[in-house]
Design a protein around this ligand. Structure first.
Ligand SMILES: C[S@@+](CC[C@H](N)C(=O)[O-])C[C@H]1O[C@@H](n2cnc3c(N)ncnc32)[C@H](O)[C@@H]1O
Length: 271
């Protein structure tokens, strides 16, 4: 039985994916960057902390709006890339669940598609609350659940549901859509001192570059989903690949060049 934790697997997984991230995943996540920054108002002269800063493209956009930006990420390879992308921002290898910053030291905290990869998103929310100044804003995005129109994730989960053996040697992980569920999310925000929650749906789409787009996502764009895939037999892997390629071809044959993958943008204010 593995002694490695979900957090270990996530950190190693993102380190591995970092070189291909901009070509595979960023094409979807970057669609959230303008709404996230817009949710913070005028950023000139503001001190902004980005959690799970990945390749640094959101940090770069915040710098371009005049913010003084610090990004943190657990994956060293992501931090190396971010330093090249956004030379005007500062990046640190650090865990969003245990931030190396003073209380009340930021005007805003942002996090795009990071909380769903953390072992304890409640700790990251609490840390965001701690480092924010009074009236500071915390804006973050998470993917919507399949039942809320996330066709991309739905295709992957259906393929796994039909074919994958989930009884494999992997550590327990938090629910993927926990922070998209207001009933679970809002109490965490309240305990961290936040109020005035707003929630907006972002109609993000996953561009389809070829019938293999979702296979590419499983191989080079995902951590949890790939870990499960790697632990399947060759026969099951082939069935999963065939299922996602078939679904992608369904979109292509109707003339669609993208698959809906909506997200939620949540903004909360520290009291
Ligand atoms: C899907 S990527 C999102 C990257 C970027 N924010 C974007 O929107 O493109 C998830 C990122 O979360 C980072 N991450 C996962 N757990 C983390 C943690 N506990 N603290 C900080 N970063 C974490 C990963 O290393 C990875 O870079």
């Amino acid at each position: 039985m593995t002694t490695r934790t979900f957090a270990d697997f996530e950190r190693e997984g993102w380190d591995r994916i970092a070189p291909s991230y901009a070509d595979v995943v960023l094409r979807a996540t970057e669609q959230a960057f303008v709404p996230v920054l817009d949710s913070l108002g005028d950023l000139r002269g503001k001190r902004v902390l980005e959690l799970a800063s990945g390749t640094g493209h959101l940090a770069q956009a915040a710098v371009a709006r005049g913010a003084d930006v610090v990004g943190v990420d657990v994956a060293e390879n992501m931090v190396s890339l971010a330093r090249k992308t956004a030379s005007g921002a500062e990046f640190r290898v650090a865990d969003a669940e245990d931030l190396p910053f003073e209380d009340a030291s930021f005007d805003a905290v942002i996090c795009c598609f990071g909380l769903l990869h953390m072992a304890n998103p409640d700790k990251a929310v609490s840390e965001a609350g701690r480092v924010l100044k009074p009236d500071g804003r915390f804006s973050f995005t998470v993917w919507q659940a399949p039942e809320n129109g996330n066709e991309f994730v739905s295709i992957v989960l259906e393929a796994y549901g039909a074919h994958a053996d989930t009884d494999v040697d992997l550590p327990p992980s938090p629910p993927m859509f926990l922070m998209a569920d207001a009933a679970a999310r809002n109490p965490l925000l309240t305990s961290a001192g936040f109020s005035q929650f707003t929630e907006n749906v972002l109609e993000i789409v996953w561009p389809i570059s070829s019938p293999d787009t979702m296979v590419e996502f499983i191989d080079n764009g995902a951590v949890r989903i790939r870990l499960l895939y790697e632990r399947q037999t060759p026969d099951v892997k082939e069935k999963i690949r065939a299922a996602v390629v078939g679904a992608t071809n369904g979109y292509l044959s109707k003339g669609h060049n993208a698959i809906p993958m909506p997200a939620l943008l949540v903004t909360a204010t520290q009291s």
